[in-house]
Design a binder for this molecule. Structure first.
Ligand SMILES: Cc1cc2nc3c(=O)[nH]c(=O)nc-3n(C[C@H](O)[C@H](O)[C@H](O)COP(=O)(O)OP(=O)(O)OC[C@H]3O[C@@H](n4cnc5c(N)ncnc54)[C@H](O)[C@@H]3O)c2cc1C
Length: 481
């Protein structure tokens, strides 16, 4: 088969490009090196839908951040993704911070961000009583929000899959050739052919560009950010995303609610040698603890239920690089997508569609386009259903009456749904990211084996073959007795 568009990478950039393109009558293949959607930076980040005052005026980042933030709510509603327009506050403590906050406000207004306002200490503490008493002012950005990043990536991917896009996992592109107008994209001996190629490989966009014979004109610097995730019992400490006033190193440590009801604390920003280095260090946790206490001195970090890290694909130029290759026709780079790449992602997808049109791809609206995540609508977790919806769900499938994850209230019905979705889950972590089973206070201590049991039963594989996530991540090796 010759695809119209081949997308390399199923992070939020590739997934959004696929989503925007699947509204048109084109054939799409998405090639992903990992086992699942969101295997790279999209899996581990702060999950903030930034309003758009950080990026310098006139940059592509500024343009796409503001537009992406505008579009996010509509997409989240259409696909039932956890999203909340909670607003953000950049908190200042002294005159230098105030001067920077004023600069951010001017910049945001120049970028087209609406509703920005500088608030004084009294109003700030009324809004956020746990913020440090010595905070003197803050920049309020009411358009900022929070979203579940991997669920957003699943949702747009599921939508494009039911509209015809083919997703191939464990497909690590290792060779790209062009024969006439046709790209041949290889993973070992397997080949996928396409007329247009989108390089959405995140941290590895430079490697894909080199494989295609068109090295990027800048470098991608891996910078790791570490996090703590606090139990839902701590949700009272912040209702907005709370930033400290940024420095040269970045936006600094934040304390924020998450779209799923926890509190996230982090990230730091440290250079790492390996792009895959998502380790969490004692020093890193100390650094973020100190940063978090600066904004919320009484924060209870003993309520930390897990820590994790993500790696940013920081471009040496400081801006997104989304443009057609100058030397290879119909190859489009979607590179250097560091923060606010998640917030910008709907606009990145829209922007890439326009580039493809200019490159000559004929786009007519898809007839019978399905706007939801499955042919029968969206998926709702049992815990998100109304009482009437719950009764209805249990009537149709009694598995919804069996609780599997007690911390997050996830039922067997939710887990079966994850196993049979358009992009199905076949490992414990794939189920976890689709349902939140194992993401609560006990971090899977209670439900992991039950989920493994259900996977084993449904897929007809021995329990010892059920994996946590990647190929080598076995959970059980055999019987002890
Ligand atoms: C610590 C941190 C905090 C952040 N906070 C925010 C935030 O609050 N708000 C925000 O807007 N943004 C934030 N970001 C940025 C955001 O996470 C990224 O901009 C976004 O996830 C990038 O998505 P992507 O699809 O371009 O890259 P990725 O998500 O990395 O996806 C690239 C995909 O390509 C695949 N791939 C790589 N090589 C190959 C190959 N050879 N063949 C096939 N597939 C391949 C990878 O497996 C991966 O799945 C943050 C990032 C980090 C790390």
């Amino acid at each position: 088969m010759l695809y119209d568009v081949v997308i390399i990478g199923a992070g939020i950039s590739g997934a959004m490009c696929s989503y925007m393109l699947s509204k048109y009558d084109v054939s799409i293949a998405v090639l992903e090196a990992g086992e699942d959607i969101a295997s790279g930076s999209t899996r581990a980040n702060s999950a903030i839908v930034h309003a758009g005052y950080d990026a310098k005026e006139g940059t592509l980042k500024a343009l796409l951040n503001v537009r992406g933030c505008e579009m996010m709510e509509g997409i989240a509603r259409a696909l039932d993704v956890h999203y909340q327009r909670c607003g953000s506050l950049v908190v200042g403590f002294n005159e230098a911070d105030r001067a920077h906050i004023e600069l951010l406000k001017r910049r945001g207004e120049a970028n087209g961000v609406t509703g920005l306002r500088i608030i004084e200490a009294e109003e700030l503490h009324e809004m956020e009583p746990y913020v440090a008493p010595d905070a003197t002012c803050a920049l309020l950005a009411p358009t900022a929000g929070i979203v579940c990043p991997y669920d957003l990536a699943f949702a747009v991917s599921e939508n494009s899959a039911i509209n015809g896009a083919d997703f191939k996992f464990n497909f690590k592109v290792d060779k790209i050739q062009k024969n006439g107008d046709v790209f041949e994209i290889y993973c070992q001996n397997e080949v996928v052919r396409g007329r247009y190629v989108l390089n959405c490989a995140g941290l590895y966009c430079d490697e894909i560009a080199t494989l295609a014979g068109d090295p990027l004109p800048f470098t991608i610097i891996p910078r790791r950010g570490e996090y703590m995730l606090l139990d839902k019992t701590e949700s009272k400490i912040a209702s907005h995303t709370l930033f400290v006033t940024p420095s040269e190193k970045g936006k600094g440590i934040l304390v924020s609610p998450t779209a799923d009801g926890n509190i996230i604390v982090g990230p730091n920003a440290n250079l790492v040698e390996e792009k895959s280095d998502t380790s969490v260090t004692y020093e890193g946790l100390d650094e973020i603890a100190e940063g978090a206490r600066r904004i919320v001195p009484t924060i209870n970090l003993k309520a930390n239920i897990t820590s994790f890290a993500g790696v940013r694909p920081t471009p040496s130029t400081g801006d997104f690089y989304i443009q057609p290759s100058e030397s290879i026709e119909n190859l489009i780079h979607v590179a250097g997508i560091e923060s606010p790449g998640l917030a910008s992602s709907p606009a990145i997808g829209e922007y890439v569609v326009e580039i493809l049109k200019k490159c000559g791809l004929a786009l007519s609206k898809r007839e019978n386009y399905i706007p939801t995540r499955s042919k029968n609508g969206n998926f709702k977790l049992f815990c998100d259903m109304t009482d009437e919806e719950r009764s209805e769900a249990i009537k149709k499938n009694p598995a919804y009456a069996k609780m599997i994850c007690r911390c997050e209230n996830i039922t067997e019905g939710d887990i079966l749904n994850a196993i049979y979705r358009p992009i199905p889950a076949h490992t414990v972590d794939m189920v976890k990211r689709r349902t939140r089973s194992g993401m609560g206070r006990c971090q899977g201590g209670f439900c992991r084996t039950r989920v493994a049991d259900i996977i084993s039963r449904e897929l007809g594989i021995p329990l010892s073959e059920v994996r946590k996530f990647t190929k080598n991540s076995k959970i059980l090796y055999g019987k002890t007795k």
